[in-house]
Design a protein around this ligand. Structure first.
Ligand code: C2E
Ligand code: CA
Ligand code: CA
Length: 713
């Protein structure tokens, strides 16, 4: 086998399947033609020999045969009779004698021995001819100077059957016939010999031709195998290897016919082209065209190598915070430009050995080997974040986008099995960073993940809690601290989770807020609370029921109508219902929410400002808020020292001064109660008096509760 370059040798040999084919066909045609020629000439020769022999001899033999027949039939010398007879008599005889002959002869030749010498003979002869003519026998007249030789000549000329005057030398004829037979058989023998020798030659030629053809076939097979089949096999094997090597190995051009070599050359060229386009595709498949950074696939490939190595590996998942805004406000070209600039910045802020990639959209990732110091990676993350945070001057103007970074390291608890998993963890941490207010870095940990996962599951469960009847309303009593009188209850939702047991609002309400399910939950609680209130009012018509409202409730359409409808369904007067909204909600609520609260108050419902003191505590706005009750958060009496109590004093005084009612929350101990004992006209709620309880307990409590410990002591 020769390599691609050894063209000259190949060309010099000049073998081509086409040529082999043409020459084979030519040889075949020549052989067929030759054999055909041989057959034709043999046939022709045989025909000529036999025909020549047979026709001449047949004619002679039949003439002789006729003569012999005549000799047998004609006992009387006819012509002699004709000569001798005269007139009518002659005619009659001629006729009689001839009737038999006419059947055989259409023509007759009268052969007369010797010359007709006298007029009388001639006249006789003429008369005979006339008679024959009359009877319809065509007579060829011949004056023959008879002798045997003349007759033989005559016969050999293939003349028509003769009628011969039989008185002449029959013996001569017999002799002549004998000669003729001998001559015929000798001729036949000679001719047969000729034919035989000719046939031998033909046979030898045929045999030779067949042998030559066989030899040529054998040679052609060998050539076919050597110049076609073997090189073809080589090329097909090389083509197979081509597939396995990703078209990396060129195909060697084997020795063989031009067509196969051409095939190898073409295949080799296509392989080279394939290899090249493979390379191009590889680049396209691995490089992000916008930033010229490795793309997600390339990143994962290289991260996989890093992860498989011995060192610890960190992945930083970088997601721009307000990229969409830039895209929307400045156009996609500006967005693209920003991505390019930030890609460069990321590269500049990382080490040369780190892998910086664009994962897609506004997501980048950096992978790096980290040493033993776990804080180092956070430092790097911080450096990257700062690099991206700086303003960018685009053609469309200056923009600034922060980024949220999720960090995952291979030893974050369980060792990640794969690059994908590590990237997934970093992605997860990035998501947390976003959730925690963006433009920050968050590090992944297994606990974090588990917590998030658990909450994810809980969120799913919550979506079905209502329809599965898993929610329960608990009621906590509220007292007038001066008199110890039970003013009413606050309705508080609980979730009887099938696996986790009774869950408090803190473990699921934020999920409900997130998903919007809170609106349905609160409506359900309102309904329960109103039913409960109706029940309570049987015994004590002045009882109040406090129900919590979430900001989403207030923002939802028809909240007032829904509240009114629920109250009416159980015939509860608005004045017996208190709706609690947190300070934050009340302060930041939209106009619609504020209007809803005002409307509720107008309709006679009470509105309480819940958890007062935990939010803005903008005392300035206290008087403007659409509320008539302020529930002071329990942190006021639970903080250590008199500072709090002094603060509490001021808050209570201020609220009362504004004409609002005060409810102190979280009275847990007698000491707590003691601390609020000097206020007048306030209400209180807390574990010291009663914990939230289920409906039946609450009803029971309402009827039979013992007097609460007096605040005054
Ligand atoms: P909140 O409106 O301030 O309700 C009072 C919370 O303080 C209740 O917690 C109650 O159990 C707790 N509490 C009462 N007395 C004491 C005490 O002496 N010490 C301590 N440490 N805590 C006391 P709960 O039931 O876990 O409810 C928590 C919060 O969930 C409620 O705070 C309220 O903001 C919200 N919430 C409860 N039920 C609902 C509801 O049906 N709808 C809405 N939107 N929010 C609700
Ligand atoms: Ca409340
Ligand atoms: Ca509260």
């Amino acid at each position: 086998m020769s390599a691609l370059g050894s063209d000259s040798r190949v060309r010099a040999s000049g073998r081509s399947l086409r040529r082999i084919w043409i020459s084979s066909v030519a040889v075949l045609v020549a052989a067929i033609f030759f054999l055909g020629l041989l057959a034709a000439s043999t046939h022709h020769f045989q025909r000529a020999v036999f025909e020549g022999t047979t026709s001449t001899h047949t004619k002679k033999a039949s003439a002789v045969g006729e003569l012999l027949v005549m000799k047998r039939q004609m006992t009387d010398p006819l012509v002699g009779v004709l000569y001798r007879l005269g007139g009518d008599e002659k005619a009659a005889v001629a006729k009689a004698e001839f009737d038999g002959l006419v059947v055989r002869f259409e023509r007759a030749l009268v052969v007369v021995e010797g010359l007709i010498e006298n007029p009388a003979e001639e006249a006789h002869f003429g008369t005979a001819l006339t008679v024959w003519d009359e009877v319809g026998v065509e007579i060829e007249k011949a004056w023959v100077n008879w002798n045997g030789e003349t007759l033989a000549d005559f016969l050999s000329q293939g003349e028509p059957p003769l009628m011969i005057p039989v008185w002449q030398r029959w013996t001569g004829i017999d002799n002549h016939l004998g000669d003729l037979q001998v001559e015929m058989s000798t001729t036949l023998e000679t001719r047969a010999d000729e034919v035989m020798s000719r046939l031998n030659v033909v046979g030898a030629l045929v045999l030779g031709t067949v042998a030559v053809a066989l030899l040529m076939a054998w040679m052609a097979t060998r050539r076919l195998s050597r110049w076609v089949l073997r090189p073809l096999t080589e090329v097909s094997r090389a083509a197979q290897r081509l597939g396995e090597s990703g078209a990396r190995e060129p195909i060697a051009v084997p020795e063989g016919v031009a067509e196969v070599r051409e095939l190898a050359r073409v295949l080799s060229a296509s392989a080279a082209a394939l290899h090249e386009s493979h390379g191009r595709l590889h680049t396209q498949a691995h490089v992000d065209s916008m930033t010229a950074l490795p793309n997600r696939k390339a990143f994962l490939d290289r991260l996989g190598e890093l992860v498989d190595g011995p060192g610890k590996v960190a992945v930083l998942f970088v997601d721009l915070d307000d990229f969409k805004h830039v895209n929307d406000s400045k156009g996609h070209a500006a967005g693209d430009e920003l991505l390019r600039v930030l890609g460069l910045r990321l590269q500049a802020a990382s080490r040369g050995c780190d892998i910086v990639a664009r994962l897609g959209g506004d997501e980048f990732a950096v992978a790096m080997e980290v040493g033993e110091d776990p804080t180092a990676v956070v430092t790097v993350a911080e450096r990257l974040r700062a690099a991206l945070d700086a303003p960018v001057d685009l053609a469309a103007g200056r923009v600034r986008v922060g980024c949220s970074i999720g960090v995952a390291v291979t030893d974050d608890g369980t060792a990640p099995a794969s690059a994908e998993e590590l990237l997934g963890n970093a992605d997860f941490a990035m998501y947390l960073a976003k959730n925690q207010g963006k433009n920050r870095a968050e590090r992944y940990s297994v606990g974090l993940h588990a917590g998030v996962q658990a909450r994810h599951e809980l969120r799913n469960d919550l979506s079905m809690a209502l329809e599965r009847d898993q929610l329960v309303t608990y009621y906590q009593p509220v007292f007038a601290l001066d008199s110890g009188e039970l003013l009413g209850f606050e309705a508080l939702v609980r979730w009887q989770h099938p696996e986790r047991g009774l869950l408090l609002p803190e473990s699921f309400l934020d999920l409900a807020e997130d998903s919007g399910a809170i609106i349905h939950i609160d409506a359900w609680v309102r309904d329960q609370a109103c039913a409960m209130l109706a029940e309570l009012r049987h015994h004590s018509p002045g009882q109040q029921m406090s129900v919590n409202l979430s900001p989403l409730d207030l923002a939802s359409d028809g909240i007032v109508a829904s509240i009114v409808a629920t109250a009416e369904r159980y015939a509860n007067p608005p004045s017996n219902l208190v709706f609690e909204v947190t300070e934050g909600t009340a302060m930041t609520s939209t106009e619609g929410a504020a209007a809803a609260l005002a409307e509720l108050r107008q309709l006679g419902f009470h509105v309480a400002l819940d958890d007062f003191g935990t939010g803005y505590s903008a005392l300035r706005y206290l008087g403007e808020l659409p509320a008539d009750i302020v529930k002071v958060d329990r942190s006021f009496i639970h903080g250590p020292g008199s500072e709090q109590s002094c603060l509490l004093d001021s808050v209570v005084a201020l609220v009362q001064h504004l004409g609002l009612h005060v409810v102190i929350e979280g009275i847990e101990t007698p000491a707590d109660l003691q601390r609020v004992s000097h206020y007048t006209g306030i209400a209180g709620q807390g574990f010291l008096f009663a914990r939230p309880m289920p409906t039946t307990d609450a009803l029971d409590y309402a009827r039979h509760h013992a007097p609460i410990p007096s605040a005054a002591g």
